[in-house]
Write a protein that binds this ligand. Structure first.
Ligand SMILES: Cc1cc2nc3c(=O)[nH]c(=O)nc-3n(C[C@H](O)[C@H](O)[C@H](O)COP(=O)(O)OP(=O)(O)OC[C@H]3O[C@@H](n4cnc5c(N)ncnc54)[C@H](O)[C@@H]3O)c2cc1C
Length: 444
Protein backbone atom coordinates (compact mmCIF):
# COMPACT_ATOMS: atom_id res chain seq x y z
CA UNK A 1 0.00 0.00 0.00
CA UNK A 2 1.25 3.55 -0.63
CA UNK A 3 2.77 5.45 2.25
CA UNK A 4 3.37 9.11 3.05
CA UNK A 5 6.79 10.25 4.32
CA UNK A 6 6.40 13.62 6.02
CA UNK A 7 9.68 15.54 6.29
CA UNK A 8 10.05 18.13 9.05
CA UNK A 9 13.34 18.81 10.86
CA UNK A 10 15.02 15.91 9.02
CA UNK A 11 15.68 17.32 5.54
CA UNK A 12 18.00 14.58 4.34
CA UNK A 13 17.95 11.12 2.79
CA UNK A 14 20.97 9.53 4.47
CA UNK A 15 20.80 8.09 7.98
CA UNK A 16 17.03 8.53 8.03
CA UNK A 17 15.26 5.75 9.97
CA UNK A 18 11.74 7.01 9.15
CA UNK A 19 12.53 6.86 5.43
CA UNK A 20 13.55 3.21 5.85
CA UNK A 21 10.37 2.48 7.82
CA UNK A 22 8.22 4.04 5.11
CA UNK A 23 10.01 2.01 2.42
CA UNK A 24 9.64 -1.15 4.52
CA UNK A 25 5.84 -0.92 4.14
CA UNK A 26 6.51 -2.30 0.66
CA UNK A 27 4.52 0.15 -1.44
CA UNK A 28 5.42 3.40 -3.13
CA UNK A 29 6.21 6.41 -0.95
CA UNK A 30 5.13 10.02 -1.39
CA UNK A 31 7.70 12.44 0.07
CA UNK A 32 6.10 15.64 1.32
CA UNK A 33 6.82 18.80 3.28
CA UNK A 34 4.17 21.13 4.71
CA UNK A 35 5.04 24.83 4.91
CA UNK A 36 3.24 25.75 8.11
CA UNK A 37 2.25 29.45 8.05
CA UNK A 38 2.70 29.62 11.85
CA UNK A 39 6.35 28.63 11.50
CA UNK A 40 6.86 30.80 8.44
CA UNK A 41 5.59 33.77 10.47
CA UNK A 42 7.89 33.15 13.43
CA UNK A 43 11.08 31.81 11.84
CA UNK A 44 12.92 35.03 10.97
CA UNK A 45 13.83 35.92 7.38
CA UNK A 46 17.22 34.25 7.20
CA UNK A 47 16.14 31.01 8.83
CA UNK A 48 13.32 30.80 6.28
CA UNK A 49 15.73 31.35 3.41
CA UNK A 50 17.87 28.59 4.80
CA UNK A 51 14.85 26.28 5.08
CA UNK A 52 13.79 26.93 1.48
CA UNK A 53 17.31 26.19 0.24
CA UNK A 54 17.52 22.99 2.26
CA UNK A 55 14.15 21.96 0.80
CA UNK A 56 15.38 22.64 -2.72
CA UNK A 57 18.40 20.43 -2.13
CA UNK A 58 16.20 17.67 -0.73
CA UNK A 59 13.90 17.96 -3.73
CA UNK A 60 16.89 17.79 -6.13
CA UNK A 61 18.21 14.70 -4.38
CA UNK A 62 14.77 13.11 -4.82
CA UNK A 63 14.78 14.00 -8.54
CA UNK A 64 12.05 16.55 -7.91
CA UNK A 65 9.77 13.99 -6.30
CA UNK A 66 9.08 16.05 -3.18
CA UNK A 67 5.58 17.42 -2.84
CA UNK A 68 5.50 20.75 -1.02
CA UNK A 69 2.25 22.17 0.23
CA UNK A 70 1.27 24.98 2.57
CA UNK A 71 -1.28 25.00 5.37
CA UNK A 72 -2.09 23.51 8.75
CA UNK A 73 -0.53 20.03 8.90
CA UNK A 74 -3.63 18.59 10.60
CA UNK A 75 -5.50 19.45 7.38
CA UNK A 76 -2.84 18.95 4.74
CA UNK A 77 -1.37 15.63 5.91
CA UNK A 78 -4.71 13.76 6.10
CA UNK A 79 -5.67 15.26 2.70
CA UNK A 80 -2.45 14.02 1.10
CA UNK A 81 -2.68 10.62 2.78
CA UNK A 82 -6.22 10.20 1.45
CA UNK A 83 -5.25 11.42 -2.03
CA UNK A 84 -2.79 8.51 -2.37
CA UNK A 85 -4.86 6.03 -0.30
CA UNK A 86 -2.07 5.70 2.22
CA UNK A 87 -2.52 3.41 5.18
CA UNK A 88 0.24 5.04 7.18
CA UNK A 89 2.19 8.28 7.52
CA UNK A 90 5.84 8.10 8.56
CA UNK A 91 7.87 10.86 10.18
CA UNK A 92 10.85 11.38 12.49
CA UNK A 93 9.92 12.10 16.08
CA UNK A 94 9.75 15.80 16.95
CA UNK A 95 10.18 16.43 20.67
CA UNK A 96 9.70 20.20 20.75
CA UNK A 97 6.60 21.46 22.60
CA UNK A 98 5.18 22.83 19.32
CA UNK A 99 6.01 19.62 17.42
CA UNK A 100 4.35 17.43 20.02
CA UNK A 101 1.14 19.46 19.97
CA UNK A 102 1.12 19.53 16.16
CA UNK A 103 1.68 15.78 15.89
CA UNK A 104 -1.11 15.05 18.36
CA UNK A 105 -3.48 17.14 16.24
CA UNK A 106 -2.33 15.43 13.02
CA UNK A 107 -2.61 11.97 14.58
CA UNK A 108 -6.17 12.73 15.70
CA UNK A 109 -7.12 14.12 12.27
CA UNK A 110 -5.70 11.05 10.51
CA UNK A 111 -8.21 8.77 12.25
CA UNK A 112 -7.67 5.19 10.99
CA UNK A 113 -4.44 6.09 9.19
CA UNK A 114 -1.46 5.47 11.50
CA UNK A 115 1.07 8.24 12.21
CA UNK A 116 4.33 6.38 12.86
CA UNK A 117 7.25 8.31 14.39
CA UNK A 118 10.68 6.69 14.12
CA UNK A 119 14.05 8.04 15.22
CA UNK A 120 14.82 11.58 16.31
CA UNK A 121 17.34 14.26 15.48
CA UNK A 122 19.41 13.45 18.57
CA UNK A 123 22.07 10.91 19.46
CA UNK A 124 19.84 9.80 22.31
CA UNK A 125 16.20 10.85 22.09
CA UNK A 126 14.89 13.24 24.75
CA UNK A 127 13.29 11.35 27.63
CA UNK A 128 15.52 8.27 27.37
CA UNK A 129 18.24 9.24 29.83
CA UNK A 130 16.72 9.38 33.29
CA UNK A 131 18.01 8.67 36.79
CA UNK A 132 17.46 5.31 38.46
CA UNK A 133 14.48 6.77 40.36
CA UNK A 134 12.89 7.83 37.06
CA UNK A 135 13.59 11.55 37.54
CA UNK A 136 15.16 13.60 34.74
CA UNK A 137 18.71 14.89 35.11
CA UNK A 138 19.07 18.51 36.23
CA UNK A 139 22.87 18.68 35.93
CA UNK A 140 24.85 18.13 32.76
CA UNK A 141 27.89 16.12 33.94
CA UNK A 142 26.00 13.12 35.37
CA UNK A 143 23.69 13.28 32.33
CA UNK A 144 26.77 13.16 30.09
CA UNK A 145 28.12 10.07 31.87
CA UNK A 146 24.77 8.24 31.65
CA UNK A 147 24.36 9.38 28.03
CA UNK A 148 27.73 7.88 27.06
CA UNK A 149 26.92 4.64 28.85
CA UNK A 150 23.59 4.46 27.02
CA UNK A 151 25.23 4.96 23.60
CA UNK A 152 23.46 5.10 20.25
CA UNK A 153 22.95 3.05 17.13
CA UNK A 154 25.07 3.08 14.01
CA UNK A 155 23.78 5.36 11.23
CA UNK A 156 20.76 4.00 9.36
CA UNK A 157 21.70 2.84 5.88
CA UNK A 158 19.29 4.96 3.85
CA UNK A 159 19.56 7.15 0.78
CA UNK A 160 17.42 8.53 -2.03
CA UNK A 161 17.29 5.10 -3.67
CA UNK A 162 15.93 3.37 -0.57
CA UNK A 163 12.28 3.91 -1.56
CA UNK A 164 10.17 3.85 -4.71
CA UNK A 165 8.94 7.42 -4.82
CA UNK A 166 5.55 8.50 -6.03
CA UNK A 167 5.83 11.17 -8.72
CA UNK A 168 3.62 14.01 -7.41
CA UNK A 169 2.42 14.90 -10.93
CA UNK A 170 1.01 11.37 -11.33
CA UNK A 171 -1.31 11.62 -8.32
CA UNK A 172 -4.91 11.51 -9.47
CA UNK A 173 -6.48 12.51 -6.12
CA UNK A 174 -6.93 16.15 -5.08
CA UNK A 175 -3.60 17.74 -4.24
CA UNK A 176 -4.56 21.14 -5.56
CA UNK A 177 -2.73 22.96 -2.80
CA UNK A 178 0.69 21.97 -4.03
CA UNK A 179 3.10 24.94 -3.98
CA UNK A 180 6.55 25.71 -5.37
CA UNK A 181 9.41 25.99 -2.89
CA UNK A 182 9.68 29.78 -2.47
CA UNK A 183 12.65 31.16 -4.36
CA UNK A 184 15.24 33.16 -2.46
CA UNK A 185 17.69 35.73 -3.68
CA UNK A 186 19.56 36.97 -0.58
CA UNK A 187 23.03 35.76 0.32
CA UNK A 188 23.59 33.48 3.32
CA UNK A 189 26.98 32.77 4.87
CA UNK A 190 26.04 29.10 5.18
CA UNK A 191 25.15 26.80 2.38
CA UNK A 192 22.00 24.87 3.17
CA UNK A 193 20.96 21.30 2.48
CA UNK A 194 22.21 17.77 2.92
CA UNK A 195 25.03 17.98 0.37
CA UNK A 196 26.41 21.09 2.06
CA UNK A 197 26.05 19.51 5.51
CA UNK A 198 28.08 16.49 4.54
CA UNK A 199 30.85 18.46 2.86
CA UNK A 200 30.96 21.05 5.68
CA UNK A 201 31.38 18.21 8.19
CA UNK A 202 34.13 16.52 6.14
CA UNK A 203 36.00 19.81 5.88
CA UNK A 204 35.74 20.44 9.61
CA UNK A 205 36.96 16.93 10.46
CA UNK A 206 39.95 17.31 8.14
CA UNK A 207 40.93 20.84 9.13
CA UNK A 208 39.75 21.65 12.66
CA UNK A 209 38.54 18.68 14.68
CA UNK A 210 41.96 17.75 16.09
CA UNK A 211 42.45 21.25 17.55
CA UNK A 212 38.81 21.85 18.44
CA UNK A 213 39.29 21.82 22.22
CA UNK A 214 42.18 24.26 22.10
CA UNK A 215 40.66 26.68 19.60
CA UNK A 216 36.89 26.49 20.05
CA UNK A 217 36.68 29.47 22.41
CA UNK A 218 38.47 31.87 20.09
CA UNK A 219 35.94 33.73 17.92
CA UNK A 220 38.66 35.20 15.69
CA UNK A 221 39.83 31.79 14.49
CA UNK A 222 36.66 30.38 12.87
CA UNK A 223 37.67 27.05 14.39
CA UNK A 224 34.25 25.63 15.25
CA UNK A 225 32.24 23.38 12.97
CA UNK A 226 29.32 25.69 12.06
CA UNK A 227 27.13 22.61 11.93
CA UNK A 228 24.40 24.10 14.16
CA UNK A 229 21.98 25.09 11.39
CA UNK A 230 22.47 21.72 9.70
CA UNK A 231 21.65 20.01 12.97
CA UNK A 232 18.68 22.29 13.52
CA UNK A 233 17.14 21.38 10.15
CA UNK A 234 18.34 17.77 10.25
CA UNK A 235 20.27 17.99 6.98
CA UNK A 236 22.70 15.66 8.76
CA UNK A 237 22.11 13.31 11.69
CA UNK A 238 24.50 13.71 14.65
CA UNK A 239 25.06 9.93 14.52
CA UNK A 240 26.63 10.34 11.09
CA UNK A 241 28.97 12.88 12.66
CA UNK A 242 29.68 10.81 15.78
CA UNK A 243 31.22 8.08 13.62
CA UNK A 244 34.19 10.44 13.08
CA UNK A 245 34.59 11.26 16.79
CA UNK A 246 36.55 8.20 17.77
CA UNK A 247 39.69 10.01 18.94
CA UNK A 248 40.42 10.25 22.66
CA UNK A 249 39.34 13.89 22.82
CA UNK A 250 35.67 14.13 23.65
CA UNK A 251 35.37 17.93 23.47
CA UNK A 252 33.21 17.91 20.35
CA UNK A 253 31.09 14.99 21.52
CA UNK A 254 30.42 16.95 24.72
CA UNK A 255 28.84 19.74 22.70
CA UNK A 256 26.58 17.26 20.93
CA UNK A 257 25.71 15.95 24.39
CA UNK A 258 24.80 19.50 25.47
CA UNK A 259 22.43 19.63 22.53
CA UNK A 260 20.82 16.36 23.64
CA UNK A 261 20.75 17.56 27.25
CA UNK A 262 18.91 20.81 26.50
CA UNK A 263 16.42 18.99 24.27
CA UNK A 264 15.79 16.58 27.15
CA UNK A 265 15.38 19.45 29.63
CA UNK A 266 12.83 21.15 27.36
CA UNK A 267 11.09 17.81 26.88
CA UNK A 268 10.73 17.30 30.63
CA UNK A 269 9.97 20.97 31.42
CA UNK A 270 8.19 22.38 28.34
CA UNK A 271 7.28 25.54 30.30
CA UNK A 272 10.98 26.37 30.50
CA UNK A 273 10.77 27.61 26.91
CA UNK A 274 9.79 31.05 28.16
CA UNK A 275 9.66 30.77 31.97
CA UNK A 276 12.54 30.46 34.40
CA UNK A 277 13.51 26.81 34.74
CA UNK A 278 14.44 27.64 38.34
CA UNK A 279 11.26 29.30 39.56
CA UNK A 280 13.09 30.94 42.49
CA UNK A 281 14.20 33.44 39.85
CA UNK A 282 10.62 34.55 39.18
CA UNK A 283 11.14 37.11 41.93
CA UNK A 284 14.22 38.74 40.39
CA UNK A 285 13.90 42.42 39.63
CA UNK A 286 14.32 43.24 35.93
CA UNK A 287 14.11 46.57 34.12
CA UNK A 288 11.52 47.07 31.41
CA UNK A 289 10.90 50.83 31.34
CA UNK A 290 11.69 53.28 28.51
CA UNK A 291 15.38 53.50 29.46
CA UNK A 292 15.57 49.71 29.44
CA UNK A 293 14.01 49.64 25.97
CA UNK A 294 16.58 52.13 24.71
CA UNK A 295 19.40 50.06 26.17
CA UNK A 296 17.92 47.00 24.45
CA UNK A 297 17.97 48.82 21.09
CA UNK A 298 21.62 49.78 21.60
CA UNK A 299 22.44 46.15 22.44
CA UNK A 300 20.62 44.87 19.33
CA UNK A 301 22.40 47.42 17.12
CA UNK A 302 25.88 46.73 18.53
CA UNK A 303 26.20 50.25 20.00
CA UNK A 304 26.87 49.54 23.68
CA UNK A 305 30.43 50.87 23.58
CA UNK A 306 31.78 47.47 24.77
CA UNK A 307 33.75 46.15 21.77
CA UNK A 308 33.30 42.39 22.24
CA UNK A 309 29.55 42.81 22.85
CA UNK A 310 29.12 45.07 19.84
CA UNK A 311 31.22 42.83 17.60
CA UNK A 312 29.00 39.87 18.48
CA UNK A 313 25.76 41.74 17.95
CA UNK A 314 26.97 43.06 14.61
CA UNK A 315 28.08 39.60 13.51
CA UNK A 316 24.58 38.38 14.37
CA UNK A 317 22.81 41.21 12.54
CA UNK A 318 24.97 40.88 9.48
CA UNK A 319 25.20 37.08 9.16
CA UNK A 320 22.59 35.36 11.35
CA UNK A 321 25.36 33.62 13.29
CA UNK A 322 27.41 34.37 16.41
CA UNK A 323 30.28 32.47 17.94
CA UNK A 324 29.35 30.53 21.11
CA UNK A 325 31.74 32.35 23.46
CA UNK A 326 30.41 35.68 22.25
CA UNK A 327 26.79 34.48 22.65
CA UNK A 328 27.67 33.84 26.30
CA UNK A 329 29.22 37.29 26.69
CA UNK A 330 26.40 39.28 25.04
CA UNK A 331 23.78 37.30 26.96
CA UNK A 332 25.51 37.94 30.27
CA UNK A 333 25.78 41.63 29.37
CA UNK A 334 22.05 41.92 28.62
CA UNK A 335 21.06 40.21 31.85
CA UNK A 336 23.69 41.35 34.33
CA UNK A 337 24.86 44.73 33.01
CA UNK A 338 21.58 45.96 31.55
CA UNK A 339 19.26 44.00 33.94
CA UNK A 340 16.84 43.17 31.12
CA UNK A 341 14.65 40.03 31.06
CA UNK A 342 16.52 37.15 29.40
CA UNK A 343 13.42 36.53 27.28
CA UNK A 344 14.03 39.79 25.39
CA UNK A 345 17.44 38.61 24.29
CA UNK A 346 16.23 35.08 23.56
CA UNK A 347 13.46 36.41 21.32
CA UNK A 348 15.88 38.59 19.38
CA UNK A 349 18.27 35.66 18.93
CA UNK A 350 15.45 33.47 17.63
CA UNK A 351 14.51 36.16 15.16
CA UNK A 352 18.06 36.59 13.89
CA UNK A 353 19.84 33.23 14.18
CA UNK A 354 19.89 30.82 11.26
CA UNK A 355 20.48 28.04 13.78
CA UNK A 356 17.75 29.40 16.11
CA UNK A 357 16.61 26.41 18.13
CA UNK A 358 14.21 26.65 21.05
CA UNK A 359 15.97 24.16 23.34
CA UNK A 360 19.54 25.38 22.77
CA UNK A 361 18.63 29.04 22.70
CA UNK A 362 16.32 29.27 25.69
CA UNK A 363 18.60 27.14 27.84
CA UNK A 364 21.71 28.96 26.63
CA UNK A 365 20.03 32.16 27.79
CA UNK A 366 18.90 30.69 31.07
CA UNK A 367 22.43 29.46 31.69
CA UNK A 368 23.64 33.05 31.32
CA UNK A 369 20.83 34.44 33.47
CA UNK A 370 21.54 31.94 36.25
CA UNK A 371 18.01 30.52 36.24
CA UNK A 372 18.65 27.42 34.10
CA UNK A 373 20.06 23.96 34.70
CA UNK A 374 23.77 24.02 35.49
CA UNK A 375 23.53 27.77 35.29
CA UNK A 376 26.45 30.15 35.66
CA UNK A 377 26.49 30.99 39.38
CA UNK A 378 24.87 34.38 39.95
CA UNK A 379 28.06 35.84 41.39
CA UNK A 380 30.01 35.11 38.21
CA UNK A 381 29.47 38.27 36.19
CA UNK A 382 31.47 38.33 32.97
CA UNK A 383 33.61 41.43 32.59
CA UNK A 384 33.19 42.12 28.85
CA UNK A 385 36.60 43.77 28.45
CA UNK A 386 38.45 40.94 30.21
CA UNK A 387 36.48 38.35 28.24
CA UNK A 388 37.40 40.16 25.03
CA UNK A 389 41.08 40.30 25.96
CA UNK A 390 41.13 36.63 26.95
CA UNK A 391 39.29 35.13 23.99
CA UNK A 392 40.11 37.64 21.24
CA UNK A 393 43.63 38.52 22.41
CA UNK A 394 44.75 40.24 19.21
CA UNK A 395 41.39 41.89 18.64
CA UNK A 396 40.97 40.26 15.20
CA UNK A 397 37.31 39.41 15.77
CA UNK A 398 36.51 42.84 17.18
CA UNK A 399 38.20 44.66 14.30
CA UNK A 400 36.46 42.44 11.76
CA UNK A 401 33.02 43.52 12.99
CA UNK A 402 33.66 47.06 14.21
CA UNK A 403 35.28 49.07 11.42
CA UNK A 404 35.47 52.14 13.70
CA UNK A 405 38.11 50.26 15.71
CA UNK A 406 40.11 48.98 12.72
CA UNK A 407 43.04 51.29 13.42
CA UNK A 408 42.97 51.21 17.22
CA UNK A 409 46.08 49.62 18.73
CA UNK A 410 44.50 48.05 21.85
CA UNK A 411 40.80 47.39 21.36
CA UNK A 412 40.48 46.03 24.89
CA UNK A 413 41.57 49.26 26.59
CA UNK A 414 40.05 52.08 24.63
CA UNK A 415 40.32 54.78 27.30
CA UNK A 416 41.22 58.10 25.72
CA UNK A 417 41.97 56.34 22.42
CA UNK A 418 38.25 55.67 21.83
CA UNK A 419 37.46 57.02 18.34
CA UNK A 420 34.69 59.63 18.29
CA UNK A 421 32.78 57.46 15.78
CA UNK A 422 32.46 54.66 18.36
CA UNK A 423 29.93 55.02 21.24
CA UNK A 424 30.88 55.70 24.84
CA UNK A 425 30.13 52.77 27.18
CA UNK A 426 26.40 52.53 27.80
CA UNK A 427 26.94 51.60 31.46
CA UNK A 428 29.69 51.41 34.07
CA UNK A 429 30.41 47.70 34.30
CA UNK A 430 31.71 47.77 37.90
CA UNK A 431 28.57 49.57 39.11
CA UNK A 432 26.19 47.32 37.21
CA UNK A 433 27.97 44.25 38.49
CA UNK A 434 27.26 45.40 42.04
CA UNK A 435 23.67 46.13 41.09
CA UNK A 436 23.27 42.63 39.60
CA UNK A 437 24.71 41.05 42.74
CA UNK A 438 22.37 43.12 44.90
CA UNK A 439 19.34 41.94 42.88
CA UNK A 440 20.43 38.32 42.96
CA UNK A 441 21.12 38.43 46.71
CA UNK A 442 17.57 39.67 47.32
CA UNK A 443 16.33 36.34 46.02
CA UNK A 444 17.63 34.96 49.31
C1 LIG B 1 22.73 32.58 24.71
C2 LIG B 1 22.97 31.39 23.80
C3 LIG B 1 22.06 31.12 22.78
C4 LIG B 1 22.25 30.01 21.93
N1 LIG B 1 21.33 29.76 20.95
C5 LIG B 1 21.49 28.66 20.16
C6 LIG B 1 20.52 28.34 19.16
O1 LIG B 1 19.50 29.02 18.99
N2 LIG B 1 20.76 27.26 18.37
C7 LIG B 1 21.88 26.47 18.53
O2 LIG B 1 22.03 25.48 17.79
N3 LIG B 1 22.78 26.73 19.50
C8 LIG B 1 22.63 27.80 20.29
N4 LIG B 1 23.57 28.06 21.26
C9 LIG B 1 24.70 27.13 21.45
C10 LIG B 1 25.95 27.45 20.63
O3 LIG B 1 26.29 28.80 20.77
C11 LIG B 1 25.82 27.12 19.15
O4 LIG B 1 25.31 25.81 18.98
C12 LIG B 1 27.18 27.19 18.45
O5 LIG B 1 27.73 28.47 18.59
C13 LIG B 1 27.02 26.87 16.98
O6 LIG B 1 28.24 26.98 16.31
P1 LIG B 1 29.03 25.69 15.80
O7 LIG B 1 28.12 24.79 15.07
O8 LIG B 1 30.23 26.19 15.08
O9 LIG B 1 29.42 25.03 17.18
P2 LIG B 1 30.47 23.90 17.55
O10 LIG B 1 31.34 24.45 18.62
O11 LIG B 1 31.14 23.37 16.35
O12 LIG B 1 29.57 22.80 18.24
C14 LIG B 1 29.06 21.65 17.57
C15 LIG B 1 27.59 21.50 17.76
O13 LIG B 1 27.30 21.21 19.11
C16 LIG B 1 26.09 21.87 19.50
N5 LIG B 1 26.40 22.85 20.56
C17 LIG B 1 27.55 23.54 20.72
N6 LIG B 1 27.49 24.30 21.83
C18 LIG B 1 26.28 24.08 22.37
C19 LIG B 1 25.61 24.58 23.52
N7 LIG B 1 26.19 25.45 24.36
N8 LIG B 1 24.36 24.15 23.76
C20 LIG B 1 23.76 23.27 22.96
N9 LIG B 1 24.33 22.75 21.84
C21 LIG B 1 25.58 23.16 21.56
C22 LIG B 1 25.56 22.61 18.29
O14 LIG B 1 24.60 21.81 17.64
C23 LIG B 1 26.82 22.77 17.44
O15 LIG B 1 26.54 22.85 16.06
C24 LIG B 1 23.39 29.18 22.12
C25 LIG B 1 24.30 29.47 23.14
C26 LIG B 1 24.10 30.56 23.97
C27 LIG B 1 25.11 30.87 25.05
Amino acid sequence: MPTLLWFRRDLRCHDHPALLEAAREGGEVLACYVLDPRLEASAGARRLQYLYRALRNLSDNLDGELLVTRGRPEQRIPALARAISATSVHASQDHSPFGRRRDEAVGAALGEIALCATGSGYLVSPGRIIKSDGAPYRVFTPFFRAWRRHGWRAPADSGPASARWIVPADISGDISERVEIPSVTGQLIFEAGEDAARSQWREFVAANLADYRARRDRPGLDATSRMSAHLKFGTIHPRTMAVDLHSGDDAYLRELAFRDFYAAVLHHWPDSAWRNWNRDFDAIEVDDDETAKQAFEAWKDGRTGFPIVDAGMRQLASTGFMHNRVRMIVASFLVKDLHLPWQWGARWFLDQLIDGDLANNQHGWQWAAGCGTDAAPYFRVFNPDLQGAKFDPHGDYIRRWIPELADVADVHKLGTGRPSSYPEPLVDHAEERQEALRRYRRLG
